[in-house]
Design a protein around this ligand. Structure first.
Ligand code: FRU
Length: 446
């Protein structure tokens, strides 16, 4: 194999390269930006320093996928200009050409982003070729500076009022909502303060069951309430989101077709360590959000999108198995990419423990708490029953307790440890079902 071919075969296959979580081919990434579905493609724009492995001269990188699993990185979409660096924002399809950017029936694909200059302002860009090339609006900025380093516009179409609605981070813990007929002139509707939160708001209607609006901040904490096009009225306090150490700058997809109706979210897995890698940082695996009325009130649940099944290898399953202390039914398995689902009756066990390449996931029965990679979330049993799901990639571990809680984290396992363990402590538990799917690499399984 010549050197060039060898380099290609190794690309996306380095020791610490995630195999089904998005990373940029090279260099730094942070927030997901401009998540939008258009003409069969999921777009993932992302905060990107095309020139280095650390945060720097920020641009919008760009990748597309037809299934949220296999991604192809395209040319960098938006690069810095006289107004500033290109910080986070969102994208929408302007179906009715309210911006007038569309020509000869072409639906404009519009991005709204922060120009991080002096001062920070909000700007528009549009594409008439499915996001391949972009033109910045010649009258930018469309929203002048308001406060601090105001940033991260997230735009959504509000059909009943026929207005675009924008959520924007202002300063401190303050956010604001605006509306506009054309994305070019904006009217402030409301200011919202979310204690303990800042940056990257998202604001969306849940299309199923309860029809509420959800307002999230970068750290995934959220409010649920009602929105009439002018005023968002929270009906909850600020609720906790993901409990892991590496889950930030959450954003959901715009323009998912009505027939699909899913609300799909991606986060930047902020942090982690990728020694000697050409890339730096990864995205969380796309998850579907659903809204539930629970005994504690309305809550969002989060589960990996079903498209992950496209990576499944030969499944291993166990049913109705007594798990006595010292047993490990996963003893024979070895690998680094897994989707593991378990339903367990805890029985006499005081804890249920998974070990993934040395990293620990522990359910403590007495404390009714789930710990993964050193972070803990409360998780009540359903009677005796515990439902867990683990997505294991080369440098990430996402743990789901039912849909209720999730712990998203980065880890750096020893390259030679490929072991999986499940065990019960101090007494026997019963495995109702245990399903282990080895996963193929998304980079080499198109
Ligand atoms: C969040 C954030 C945003 C900002 C972007 C810059 O991680 O700080 O507020 O727009 O990153 O890359």
């Amino acid at each position: 194999m010549d050197e060039d071919k060898a380099a290609k075969a190794d690309e996306y296959n380095e020791t610490h390269r995630p195999q089904f979580h998005f990373t940029s081919r090279k260099n730094w990434l942070n927030d997901p930006n401009g998540l939008v579905f258009f003409e069969g493609e999921y777009h993932l724009f992302f905060q990107h320093n095309p020139d280095g492995r650390e945060f720097g001269l920020m641009a919008w990188g760009h990748a597309v996928s037809r299934d949220l699993v296999h991604w192809r990185q395209l040319e960098t979409a938006l690069t810095p200009d006289a107004l500033g660096l290109i910080y986070s924002g969102s994208a929408v399809v302007d179906w009715d050409n309210t911006t007038g950017f569309g020509q000869s029936g072409e639906k404009p694909f519009v991005a709204m982003y922060t120009a991080a200059g002096k001062p920070f302002t909000q700007c528009l860009a549009f594409s008439l070729d499915r996001g391949r090339t972009w033109t910045k609006y010649d009258r930018n900025p469309v929203l002048p500076h308001i406060a601090g380093e105001n940033r991260d516009p997230k735009v959504v179409w509000h059909a009943a009022s026929r207005r675009w609605v924008m959520a924007l981070y202002l300063d401190g813990s303050d956010f604001a909502l605006f509306n506009s007929p054309d994305m070019k002139t904006w009217t402030r509707l409301q200011t919202l303060t979310l204690p303990g939160c800042d940056e990257c708001p998202d604001f969306f209607e849940m299309p199923v069951s309860e029809h509420k609006w959800v307002f999230t901040a970068a750290n995934d904490r959220y409010l649920i309430g009602a929105f009439d096009g002018h005023t968002f009225t929270p009906e909850t306090g600020v609720l906790p989101g993901d409990h892991g150490a590496n889950f930030y700058a959450v954003q959901t997809y715009s323009d998912i077709p009505r027939a699909d109706g899913r609300r799909i979210q991606i986060a930047w897995m902020r942090g982690g360590d990728y020694p000697r890698m050409p890339f730096n940082q990864q995205m969380s695996f796309p998850c579907e959000l659903t809204l539930h009325r629970t005994p504690d009130g309305l809550r969002l649940h989060r589960q990996p999108v079903r498209e992950i099944a496209g990576l499944y290898g030969e499944v291993k399953e166990w049913h109705d198995l007594t798990l006595a202390p010292g047993d490990n039914p996963l003893r024979a398995l070895s690998g680094d990419l897994w989707d593991v689902s378990a339903e367990v009756e805890v029985g006499a066990a005081t804890a249920l423990r998974f070990q993934v390449r040395g990293a620990e996931v522990l359910y403590d029965v007495k404390a009714q708490a789930l710990t993964a990679l050193g972070r803990t979330a409360p998780l009540k049993l359903d009677g005796q029953r515990l439902t867990l799901r683990l997505l294991v990639d080369r440098t990430s571990l996402e743990v789901f307790g039912g849909g209720q809680v999730s712990l998203t984290g980065c880890f750096l396992p020893p390259p030679d440890d490929k072991a999986l363990v499940v065990c019960a402590e101090s007494g026997s538990a019963k495995i109702v079902s245990l399903t282990v799917h080895p996963l193929r690499s998304a980079w080499r399984s198109e």
